[in-house]
Design a protein around this ligand. Structure first.
Ligand SMILES: C[S@@+](CC[C@H](N)C(=O)[O-])C[C@H]1O[C@@H](n2cnc3c(N)ncnc32)[C@H](O)[C@@H]1O
Length: 480
């Protein structure tokens, strides 16, 4: 394939899917395309290009194959505690109260991947409907629609069976309530499953709102960790379609900072400590300053058991904000919450900073969290934790090159950490570097073998050695 052909294919991928290829994926592209050309018995890349542009079934199945290789399907249950707390405490109660007459809910997980986000929403709604409306008789008509461009991911989503790794941020009591353990893994309960439907849909190429696909009159759209891979033109296009698909007063939630500076007329930004959300307002009321208060005035229902993290973290956040601002106004000498002692800070203080930074990152305050990590590194240069958190933030933001550098630093400081090997393995795997990924997984496995099965690997609340081992065997089964 010459450079011109390569550029054409790259452009085709972006115009078909919205996805802007990163350096690694560019390198992967030719490797992904070549087997298609051979299998389909086409004479040249030009023929192959024309075939992909056509509307044939051959083209559809070839796109399926290509996209499965190029897309990142990483997902897990209740991803982003802050955003789920906001949904639980404010957004969903408000929608439920607004729809109490019709007793319907229409929620869309756009770019749902393997289904964890859609099922998390359905479980949360089950919980809230009982708590707020005592809907034990299931009077409410609830639809959580999950859509994705990747058919392989949807097959897994419809199956609804997950390994323990997908629950790494979920309290066992919640997992046990909505999932049933079997030999194959954890299966979604019938109650949760009954609300959820998965449909193949391309956010860029498909029309919506659409009666045919049922993507219309939506109360809440979650589209998280999808736009970070998109070309800016595609983001604007999809945002406009989202706005048209939402009901009036409906909400859109994206990943943090995914659409900053990309405003669409009927979507009004509401800022909460946990996250920004966008509400569809009538264009006539655009300038109304009262609108920003809409969501803040909804009653706050506590349901602490569901997802950890709440007032305590918010209090920290507000203290942190005040002090961080103070810090930014002070001179170069260290001050502020993260280095307020005159004496040399201890390793445990560095750990405290990292923990606080982690809770900031959970709420999407990535800049503050990154700043915290750098302070922690300054106070305890040989602690691996800040590097691990920097890597986690970089992964969340799709900055995989940066993530690898932080992880390698962490590994240098903590050479016996199975978790770091595992994270590196995941990045290599998503980049198609199978051999490197396998090497990382093998190293993780070697380290885990020496641990008692119930040992918690990493920070408190992280999976146990046995859960890690199970995850690793799931990965190798998938690869086989
Ligand atoms: C990283 S996953 C996000 C999953 C989930 N929303 C979450 O935050 O955990 C991104 C998903 O977006 C999907 N995607 C990428 N481009 C898409 C498009 N044009 N239309 C629909 N889905 C798309 C990918 O297939 C992938 O499953």
């Amino acid at each position: 394939m010459d450079d011109t052909q390569f550029d054409l294919f790259e452009h085709l991928v972006t115009s078909h899917t919205g996805i802007r290829l990163r350096a690694r994926q560019r390198a992967l592209l030719q490797t992904v395309l070549q087997p298609g050309l051979v299998t389909l018995g086409l004479a040249s890349f030009d023929d192959y290009y024309r075939m992909l542009q056509s509307a044939s079934s051959e083209s559809r199945s070839e796109w399926n194959r290509i996209l499965h290789e190029l897309t990142n399907n990483e997902s897990y249950f209740f991803r982003d505690k802050g955003q789920f707390a906001l949904l639980r405490d404010r957004i969903l109660p408000e929608i439920i109260s607004r729809n109490s007459e019709t007793q319907t809910l229409r929620i869309w997980s756009a770019g749902c991947s393997t289904g964890e986000e859609a099922y998390s929403l359905a479980a949360l709604i089950e919980e809230l409907l009982v708590a707020l409306t005592n809907d034990r008789g299931r009077q409410w008509d609830v639809l959580v629609l999950g859509t994705d461009i990747d058919e392989h991911a949807l097959v897994q989503a419809r199956r609804g069976i997950y390994g323990s790794w997908s629950f790494r941020m979920v309290e066992p009591s919640i997992r046990n309530r909505y999932f049933r353990e079997s030999e194959q893994g954890w299966g979604v309960s019938d109650a949760v499953r009954s609300h959820v439907k998965f449909v193949l849909s391309n956010l860029v190429a498909d029309d919506f709102p659409s009666v045919a696909t049922g993507i219309e009159n939506i109360d809440l759209i979650l589209c998280r960790n999808v736009f970070i891979y998109f070309d800016p033109t595609a983001v604007s296009l999809v945002l406009q379609k989202f706005a048209d698909t939402l009901k009036l007063s409906g909400y859109l939630m994206t990943g943090h900072v995914e659409i900053l500076g990309n405003k669409v007329a009927p979507l009004k930004t509401l800022s909460f400590p946990e996250s920004e959300v966008y509400q569809k307002v009538s264009t006539a009321s655009q300038g109304d300053p009262q609108l920003d208060l809409v969501a803040f005035q909804t009653p706050r229902k506590e349901n602490k058991q569901f997802i950890v993290g709440g007032d305590e973290e918010k209090e920290f956040l507000s203290n942190y904000h005040t002090e961080a601002v103070h810090d930014s106004h002070s001179s170069n000498t260290a001050s502020g919450p993260l280095s307020r002692h005159e004496t040399e800070p201890s390793g445990s203080e560095s750990l405290e900073i990292v923990n606080h930074s982690r809770s900031l990152a959970d709420k999407g305050h990535y800049e503050l969290a990154v700043e915290g990590c750098h302070r922690a590194i300054k106070t305890s240069p040989f602690a691996p934790e800040p590097y691990e958190l920097l890597a986690a933030i970089a992964i969340e933001l799709g900055q995989f090159e940066e993530a690898k550098v932080w992880l390698k630093n962490a590994l240098y400081l903590a050479p016996a950490s199975a978790q770091i090997y595992l994270e590196l393995g995941h990045i290599y795997r998503s980049e198609g570097e199978k051999q490197r990924a396998d090497r990382m997984y093998r190293s993780a496995l070697e380290l885990l073998k020496d641990l008692a099965p119930e040992t918690v690997v990493g920070a408190p609340g992280s999976p146990t050695a046995a859960e890690f081992m199970r995850h690793l065997s799931e990965i190798s089964e998938e690869a086989a």
